[in-house]
Design a protein around this ligand. Sequence first.
Ligand SMILES: *Cc1c(COP(=O)(O)O)cnc(C)c1O
Length: 462
Amino acid sequence: MRTEKDKNIPYKVYLDESEMPTSWYNVRADMKTKPAPLLNPGTMEPMKAEELAGVFCEELIAQELDDDTRDYPIPQEILDFYKMYRPSPLVRAYWLEEKLQTPAKIYYKFEVTNTSGSHKLNSATAQAYYAKKQGLKGVTTETGAGQWGTALSMACAYLDLDCLVYMVKVSYEQKPFRREVMRTYGATVTASPSDTTEIGRKILAENPGTTGSLGCAISEAVEAELVRDGYKYVLGSVLNQVLLHQSVIGLETQTALRKIGVEPDIIIGCAGGGSNLGGLISPFMGEKLRGEKDYRFIAVEPASCPSFTRGQFAYDFADTGKVCPLAKMYTLGSGFIPSANHAGGLRYHGMSPILSQLYHDGYMEAVAVEQTSVFEAAELFARCEGILPAPESSHAIRVAIDEALKCKETGEEKTIVFGLTGTGYFDMVAYEQFNNGSMNDYIPTDEELAKYAATLPPQPAE
Ligand SMILES: *Cc1c(COP(=O)(O)O)cnc(C)c1O
């Protein structure tokens, strides 16, 4: 609620162009225990830059492997592109506070100031830029709900790069409009699994009715890159480089909060592969790791795909086809597919190795929430803040509301910041289910999770 005390806190904190960050922040530089290196599944040795060069762009590999450089200057061309849609506002959710009758102060970082509809453009731009700089013809990738594919298509259109997108079949069919946005930006979109790749044909033969998964689409996108000259593969989440690029979210948030003299107590983000959460919390986590400040960080995941809260911290494949390196992360097993009624995104089996290590070391909390409660939060938020949130983002909204309600009980005036990562215009099938009362929750049993966990590869000797 906007009280007398808050009269100087605006509804929205806008930054000037000159206040935008000019470097990305690499949180690994401040981690005492670094995230575990990617391993070559054949030799179980850490992947060398030369080995990764078959799949990824050179400069991105350097960023991926660099645990020490704290600040990475953002190339001018990327800064110029960022200015098309950044800085993004930090918004005070006065109407939500009012509705909840909470003494908590709620802010959200609004990452939806671009047509692709999510924060993913922050890394898509960077990855497309480095691909172009290396003289490549194009890039390949996978997309689940479609935000990453859309963001990458947009960045590739700008830089005049070819863009091949393998889109998880269920989304390809359920979200034709998202697909057409990508094609408008010039991308070639293929439903995955497809018969255009060896691995796709194999998966289809084994499981003809499959609606696909992210892990499977990744395998196809990597294969598509390997068989083409002048193409590399790019990935929209999970990787260290993606968290690095996404640190612009946290850096802008930090500047905006300082500008109004506010210190956050709790920072909340939804967690699929960890890129928005990692980007939002990185600079604040840095302060915590250096012992300068203390914050609570909360990762929110779906109860139907609970990598942090019920997964194993182990080396696992990033993809179903097992063509990618092994990453040490919280994982449900690379064969995991959320139940068919899961509608809210965040369906990846693994999690960012950086966030996994931080969670393992006790720097971060995680909670799993059920989808009907997520859509209840989305509806409440839409009705009082006016914004139709993406189901993914609504996981963070759910927990921001829960924390604000706890403050109501205790009377504490905590400051809560959460990441609003996307809008939900292409998620109306899920909203329709919710509105019709036909949405169900599904929580996998321990037996089901154990079945997938049993497929983890042999672990390296300690
Ligand atoms: C992709 C996506 C997410 C989840 O991905 P992270 O890498 O965990 O951030 C969250 N919200 C939106 C809107 C997305 O598009």
